[in-house]
Design a protein around this ligand. Sequence first.
Ligand SMILES: NC(=O)c1ccc[n+]([C@@H]2O[C@H](COP(=O)([O-])OP(=O)(O)OC[C@H]3O[C@@H](n4cnc5c(N)ncnc54)[C@H](O)[C@@H]3O)[C@@H](O)[C@H]2O)c1
Length: 251
Amino acid sequence: MTNSPHRFDGQIAIVTGAGSGIGRAAAEGFAAGGAHVAVVDIRGADEAAAEIRAAGGKAEAVTLDVRDGKGWTALADDLVARFGRIDILVNNAGIAVPGDRAAEVAEEVWDRILDVNAKGVWLGMKAVLPQMLAQRRGKICNVASTAAHIGLRDAAAYCASKGAVLALTRQAGVQYASRNVQINSVSPGTTMTGLQRDVTEEQRAAFLPLTPIGRFAESPEVAAVVLFLCSEGSSFMAGADVSVDGGMVAL
Ligand SMILES: NC(=O)c1ccc[n+]([C@@H]2O[C@H](COP(=O)([O-])OP(=O)(O)OC[C@H]3O[C@@H](n4cnc5c(N)ncnc54)[C@H](O)[C@@H]3O)[C@@H](O)[C@H]2O)c1
């Protein structure tokens, strides 16, 4: 169970892609800090929420595809009806597909990657922003990637999608900053999660010399920055991106 140095008592948090990896670690951290967490995923949400509850935290599973705009509205309406507020949204759900090269990637695959990784982030923000603006308080953390900053091999649609996340975070961060809704992003480097399942050992080894810290991240190390960006400590941040990549983008 990921812990949290921050307190989120009484807050309502939504974390997408929380059935595994970075999202799951973040959901655990919010719950450890006292939040009630909506654990959103297309798979694994029940198990992740049950584990949080077994550890004494507050969590509920929501099986939702982040591409489903109506599903997003229903989730936001339901949380507002029951709790009267939504304090935190972490748009973390994301996919990568092998063989994603500009000259070859199938149109259907391009659309799927852009829809999940970029449109899903916008739909999530669109669903919660009316409530956050009405309550004049909200924190949104979008999960981008080093792929938004540098060209990664075999990741054409993926890089494009994460570039969109970065640009949207910057734009929306500026748009709503004066209304006390803070929108920022994190850009993880290689993190040992299920997303790496399609990456060969050889490909992963090629990233190691590009990672000054000399190893890859574990999910709680990325989640720690997500938790900070959603905590009181980030009170003067808006439209910012924080690299959590062992120094890769600084290299
Ligand atoms: N692992 C890395 O090396 C790495 C690096 C940079 C950025 N990221 C980003 O971090 C985020 C989390 O990925 P992870 O590494 O924890 O991988 P992961 O595969 O463990 O977790 C991603 C989760 O998103 C869920 N998901 C996929 N499509 C969905 C959809 N349409 N609707 C709802 N949920 C969906 C999956 O079921 C999964 O549980 C992603 O946005 C990813 O692009 C990961």
